[in-house]
Ligand binder design. Structure first.
Ligand code: ATP
Length: 189
């Protein structure tokens, strides 16, 4: 199987993440996309929603798509899990599968600063989408395939701000995610 890995903080997951996953699946002929919520240790970022809540938000976001699922692999370590470690672990657990790491242009531009970037570029290929406000720079040595996407100026930061200001986020996040944000009173300052 060819599997897309959609890494992120997902605080909260939004339609941009789902659109990347869906378009990458079609354009890169993926069999499935696994969402990998990052483990952000509480002492590192006090203002990030808890791992357990972000996990439930991502599960709610992907539930309607049979090709999408959530992996908790990055929660298995106490500290932040580096993408290289995650990828190597997945390759060990699923030796016959092929992985493509999906990201937006903002992440792509800083990819060469990621932990042991050379080894990461050896270990995995990337599927990258353009993002408003970010230049599309491919770091030397990385295997990158472009994924075309209608340009979407949505971000988790913007959604958190909208909630804080009492503005609507309907249709910017899946309805099930919106309901959880409301129920848990997330991002209300
Ligand atoms: P924040 O605003 O909190 O930084 P975010 O919206 O960038 O959050 P993340 O969970 O950090 O969301 O993103 C996960 C991945 O999705 C990253 O690779 C990011 O580049 C990509 N991404 C998120 N939103 C978009 C978008 N609108 N267009 C293209 N890529 C996106």
């Amino acid at each position: 199987m060819k599997i897309g890995l959609m890494g992120g903080t997902f605080d909260p997951p939004h339609i941009g993440h789902l659109l990347i996953a869906e378009q990458a699946k079609e354009q890169l002929c993926l069999d499935a996309v696994w969402f990998l919520p990052a483990n952000v240790p509480p002492h590192k970022a006090a203002d990030v929603t808890s791992a357990a809540q972000r996990l439930q938000l991502v599960e709610a976001a992907v539930q309607a798509n049979a090709a999408f699922s959530v992996s908790t692999i990055e929660f298995e370590r106490q500290e932040k899990s580096y993408t290289l470690e995650t990828v190597l672990e997945l390759k060990k657990r699923y030796p016959t599968d092929e992985f493509v790491f999906l990201l937006g242009a903002d992440s792509l531009a800083s990819l060469d600063t990621w932990y042991q970037a050379d080894r990461l570029f050896e270990a995995v290929q990337f599927g990258a989408v353009a993002r408003p406000g970010s230049r599309y720079l491919i770091p030397a040595g990385a295997k990158v395939t472009a994924v075309d996407l209608p340009s979407l100026e949505v971000s988790s930061t913007d959604i958190r701000k909208r909630v804080a200001r009492g503005k609507s986020i309907r249709y910017l996040v899946p309805e099930a995610v919106r309901q959880l944000i409301e129920e848990w009173k997330l991002y209300v300052t």
